[in-house]
Design a protein around this ligand. Sequence first.
Ligand code: CTP
Length: 403
Amino acid sequence: MGILAGKHVVLGVSGSIASYKIIELARQLTVAGALVDVILTEEATRFITPLTFQSLTYRPVYTEMWSTLENAAAHIKLGHDADVVVIAPATAHTIASIAAGFANNLILTTVLATGAPVLLAPAMETHMWHNPATADNVALLRRRGLQVMEPDEGMLASGMVGSGRLPEIGRIEAEIRALLGRGAGRMVGRKVVVTAGGTHEPLDPVRFIGNRASGQMGFALAEAARDEGAQVVLIAGQTSVPLPLGVEVVRVETASQMHDAVHAAIEDADLLIMNAAVADYRPAQMADHKMKKTEADLTIALERTTDILQSLVTVTQPIKVGFAAETNDLLRYAADKMRRKGLDAIVANDAVSSIGQSEIEVTLLTSDGGSQRLPRQPKPAAAQQILERVLHQWPDRLGRKTS
Ligand code: CTP
């Protein structure tokens, strides 16, 4: 189950031309299992209707502070029940009103009354965003512990180009997940290092030896750990899908750079998941200029890269999980790799049907002889199940830290 399942998300929509984009956010949160209570300001109802949200969230939508609520304390009830309060779009006026502590609409009373984390996704014309009044209000809200996202840059409704666009819906959802994870996640206080993607080993300034890894599986694992509240360091090689949000990303190109980044990151880590497709060989020499073709055939001399997991074979902290992508004798090779590399667990998968694909079928082997097969499923779901299994296996070393 994902972090959003069963969570109360209060979604406050203030009036902006970007208000219509929040329909998709409400839908995505609901699909992920959240109970989404939408509050529309009067201005927002000029851009979108309560019925649209009601149809997508299957819940009442709140518009008028006094008429829709059943008792005198109800204007604080939404904030009280919330696991997270999200204001999107947050207009300059709403931001200023929250900063000043005003309480003349239901979004504002909810923010005043809630103990839950509050996330603001601003949207406004670029001059309004950069105006010192708005900048001061944003700085004040951040000092008070509210989370104010940076707006996106680009073409604005005014025709201007600049900063002020509502952050992408995917960014807002990632922030909501990360906030919920920090509150209720089972890995709060833990540090997880994930490697993802493939390495590129340069032949000359323009050519390299690489592989088809997309980064999807590693990214899904990083997101799953983030959603459980862990501090995540994602060491990403070459990838072809958007980077996850709410995690620290270290970009590397070569196996050697990944080796150094992993060694630096694992010092105080609780879990290392080596999902990256690290090159086993690199060109023995890198030409410092573009190689020109000649009459003779070309032979490239290769040398071995350092095996990163092997270099950690005597390290017992963090817990180490490797991946084995094979084309044949999957479980035998995977079990052998786990032993040879001194791993606590290994995720075995068929190389051909998973690398670069959006779905994966895996078998998780643990060093105590355990074996669990997970059906072919989208990589985010597989990542959640792998993490679930690992958490179950080492609850004391990976579970939420109380102190
Ligand atoms: N790995 C690593 N360093 C390398 C190569 C691989 O740490 N230089 C890690 C991978 O991230 C993965 C695991 O080792 O978690 C297994 O990778 P794989 O390439 O399948 O293993 P190899 O030992 O290189 O075996 P093979 O002979 O099958 O290539």
